[in-house]
Design a protein. Structure first.
Length: 376
């Protein structure tokens, strides 16, 4: 077994890549971010090396061309000044040397071009790997975003489940209480039935010969059982109707309660303004610049609660819920709320005009305080 740490790590990486290939996963999808960074660093180094080699090959080509041109020019000048018949052998030797030198430098140029082509191919391969690494980074970012969205959805669903569980628990408690009451009534009826049975047995023991009286008692017992069953059914129906009325009343009270809460907030705003107006200690009336927006928002919310009450009442009517004395009282409260909403709207308009006038003419506050002090 190999003890070289590098070989052990290489075998682990190879096993992971084989496992990924068997599962149909691309190798670039399982590479960690550190490896992608290493590849990008290698790509940067390779780009710099290729650029340097290209510059070096270009410089070598220029030097070779200049050297060959100089040698050819020297040979040409020698030919012009040389006696051809006498120096033909020496000229032939120099010409052969020049050709060999040209072939040598041409081979060097071809090798440089081949090396440049090889580095170009490696550079293209590194570019492909870099593109794959960037795609992997984008995929990782997309998966992280999807994971965050899934976590948020999970949190929202958990909260909704908790709310539904609490609601179910409350409804179950109410149902258990109603069932317990019905069971108590049923047990009372059973006890009454047992008592009647005991009395019947006593009558049988006292006078077993009186068959007619026995039949009368049996008939009486059947009547009691029938009456008890009818009473139990009537009680169940009454309990269901009461529960339905309580639910409908609660549904109708909620919007009215919210309306009067909004109305109280509006009156508190009005109260604060007039309290400052009639206070001798404070020199000026201070009020929020968004007074109209605040009052308008609360008036709209209060109007929405009135409409919600009418909507709930219409739904309950369509479901066949019978009206009771409480329904009439709630109708009166709803009508009062509508009149109050109209009054609060008119008061709000008057207060807005008054504040606008007070802002234009500050001396009005002094006159109002003087009149108020006289009244006091």
């Amino acid at each position: 077994m190999s003890t070289d740490p590098r070989q052990v790590l290489q075998e682990r990486v190879a096993a992971i890549l084989v496992d990924a290939e068997e599962q149909g996963i691309e190798q670039r999808d399982i590479l960690p971010l550190q490896v992608h960074g290493h590849f990008r660093n290698l790509l940067r180094i390779a780009n710099n090396r290729i650029s340097a080699l290209e510059d070096e090959a270009e410089e070598m080509k220029k030097k070779k061309d200049l050297g060959l041109e100089d040698k050819l020019n020297q040979a040409q000048r020698k030919l012009e000044t040389m006696d051809i018949p006498e120096d033909s052998k020496q000229l032939q030797v120099q010409l052969d040397l020049t050709k060999q030198s040209a072939d040598f430098y041409r081979g060097l140029m071809n090798q440089a071009e081949e090396r440049a082509t090889m580095y170009q191919e490696k550079w293209q391969e590194i570019l492909r790997k870099q593109t794959a690494a960037e795609e992997a980074d984008k995929r990782i970012d997309r998966l992280e975003t999807e994971n965050r969205e899934l976590q948020q959805s999970k949190t929202m669903i958990s909260e909704e489940m908790r709310k539904m569980k609490d609601l179910y628990g409350n409804l179950r408690k109410k149902d258990l209480a109603a069932i317990e009451q019905k069971e108590e009534r049923l047990m009372a009826s059973e006890r009454q039935l047992k008592e009647l049975t005991i009395k019947l047995e006593e009558l049988e023991k006292e006078n077993s010969a009186v068959e007619g009286q026995y039949q009368v008692v049996m008939s009486s017992l059947d009547a009691v059982v029938t009456e008890t069953t009818n009473d139990l059914n009537t009680t169940k129906e009454h309990a269901r109707a009461v529960q339905q009325q309580q639910s409908s009343t609660f549904s109708e009270i909620q919007p009215l309660r919210k309306f009067y809460s909004h109305a109280n907030d509006i009156l508190s705003i009005y109260q604060g303004i007039f309290k400052q107006l009639l206070n001798d200690i404070e020199p000026d009336v201070t009020f929020s610049s968004d007074f109209c927006e605040m009052v308008t928002a609360r008036l709209q919310a209060a109007s929405g609660e009135c409409e919600a009450f009418l909507t709930v009442r219409a739904l309950l009517t369509d479901e066949g819920v019978s009206e009771t004395e409480h329904s009439e009282q709630l109708d009166d409260l709803a009508k009062t709320a509508q009149h109050m909403h109209k009054s609060l709207e008119l008061i709000g308009e008057d207060v807005a005009h008054f504040l606008w006038a007070l802002q234009r003419r500050p001396y009005l506050r002094k006159l109002i305080r003087m009149k108020f002090s006289v009244l006091r």
